[in-house]
Design a protein around this ligand. Sequence first.
Ligand code: HEC
Ligand code: HEC
Length: 163
Amino acid sequence: MSPVTVFLALALAALSPGPAASGTDLHAYWDGRCRDCHGDAGPFARNHLQVVEGRLAGRHHASGLATFLRQHYLSDDLVEPVMQMLQAQAGTDPLFKPKCGGCHGSAADFARKSLTLRGGVLVGRASGRPVREFLKAHGGLAPEQIAPLTSTLERVHREVGSP
Ligand code: HEC
Ligand code: HEC
């Protein structure tokens, strides 16, 4: 394999959803076990964590974050999925909260209540319409914000373990 191919394979592996993410509501888990000390997950990830060479690193725990987390309130099987969630949050600008949160609350709640998959496509539960299409005329996004926000909602929908 060429270096470029290897790089792409690694990048794709890093993007794929975590093994234990299905079924467990990672956002509810965070809110129940981590939020009292750390606040909301998104701002915590953006303010205290960073992505270094494709890997999540803490400001205090620059390396060995996974080892630290195994002894820090997390059950072992959730260390990897929670780190993936935090990594995705650390690497994205907040868009849902400023643009949509005023009407729809938190992204996790919105994903639980109002979104579902139909044929692998994220759609609104009530309208049945693909989110990506719906947002062309709803929510006041700039055209270039629609794809990133749709991806964020696909991820959050996965992270809350919704069907
Ligand atoms: C009782 C309070 C408390 C709870 C509950 C708690 N934490 Fe922490 N957490 C801390 C403190 C204090 C630190 C800083 C300790 C250190 O750096 O050694 C920390 C550090 C961290 C760090 C590393 C930050 C850095 O800058 O390196 C991460 C990531 C983290 N916590 C995630 C979690 C997760 C995920 C949960 C829930 C499963 C959780 N914490 C629950 C108090 C808490
Ligand atoms: C001013 C309030 C408001 C804002 C801001 C807003 N929405 Fe909505 N949204 C609504 C209302 C009310 C509905 C239900 C009525 C409708 O279908 O238009 C809705 C419906 C939706 C639906 C369809 C849900 C379903 O069950 O079919 C999606 C998807 C959606 N909004 C996403 C977003 C996103 C993403 C943003 C931010 C970019 C956003 N909305 C911003 C008020 C708002």
